[in-house]
Design a protein around this ligand. Sequence first.
Ligand SMILES: [Zn+2]
Length: 209
Amino acid sequence: MVSIEVLESSPSKIRIRLKGIDRAYANAIRRVAISQVPTMAIDDVVILENSSVMFDELVSHRMGLIPLKTDLDRFNLPEDCDCKNALGCSKCRVLLVLDAEASDRIRTVTSGDLISEDPESKPVSDNIPIVKLAPGQKIKLEAYARLGKGSEHAKWQPTSASVLLETAKPDEFELYIESVGSLSAPEIFTRAIQRIQQSLTEISAQIKV
Ligand SMILES: [Zn+2]
């Protein structure tokens, strides 16, 4: 019989003992947690002004790597959204705006300077550096965030660690999941289980012809 025991649980990490489970199944949870549980990340950036020393492409790349708070009940993956619109809608896209200028001293523009149209979909921390501006330099851009999966690009991975540890018994493992902050660690675990269930349901539906 399969049983689980939560050894440690907080928004940032969870440690679970899985008993009576085959290694392949336990490893499936670990892998799905990394690559199939969606999170929100910036995917499209329109640079309106950039007089910093950093190229537009580099600024855009850094924007993509900022973890954003994610509410999976309110947003759809673009491919699943009923808007079927390449530009997206309020259920599959969030706009964040950055408008910063250095006046008389050097200024470090951080994730906290980003203003999101959706107060819940914002950077997990305000202290992530984006670019340094010298006096007189300016940066102004629009960034569009959407849900995506780690299998598409690492910036959508919800985990900073997802590890399966051996124990003394062959059918017992410890799963350790650490979150980047977009989703809580317990939610990553439960969403991974739901994703596996969904895949199995889809497979059995195809067999039942
Ligand atoms: Zn949509």
